[in-house]
Design a protein around this ligand. Structure first.
Ligand SMILES: [Zn+2]
Ligand SMILES: [Zn+2]
Length: 120
């Protein structure tokens, strides 16, 4: 038998988990709801921050035009930064994908041997 006393994930209050499947994580449903909304808010914020970072990067590489060089696609979801010599995949493996890659670009002062491309 495991200790049925736990700390609420939201408020930290100790409570007794009387369920047999060890599922309770909150002292009350109120805390459960609060934690859920808090967590959702955090995810949303993180997503927004990533969007901002990507926007920054796209902005830099498109001279503020925010569109694909080859076809004028303005949908940021389709836009990506790639190596001019088609080494993009290899580069990304080295520096991570997605936001890790964008962070790397920013940290390295936006290397110039990269191109704005689109998936379209
Ligand atoms: Zn609680
Ligand atoms: Zn394009």
């Amino acid at each position: 038998m495991t200790e049925p006393i736990k700390n609420c994930l939201y408020c930290g209050t100790e409570f007794e988990d009387r369920t047999t499947n060890d599922k309770k994580k909150y002292c009350s449903t109120k805390c459960k709801d609060k934690y859920y909304y808090w967590n959702k808010g955090m995810k949303e914020k993180k997503k927004n921050r990533l969007q901002e970072l990507k926007k920054d990067i796209i902005m830099k590489y498109s001279d503020g035009k925010m569109e694909c060089e080859c076809c004028g696609n303005k949908n940021i979801e389709f836009l990506t930064i790639d190596h001019i010599d088609e080494n993009g995949a290899k580069e990304r493996r080295k520096h991570g994908t997605g936001h890790n890659y964008y962070r790397w670009l920013k940290k390295n002062d936006y290397p110039t041997d990269l191109n704005l491309r689109c998936y379209a």
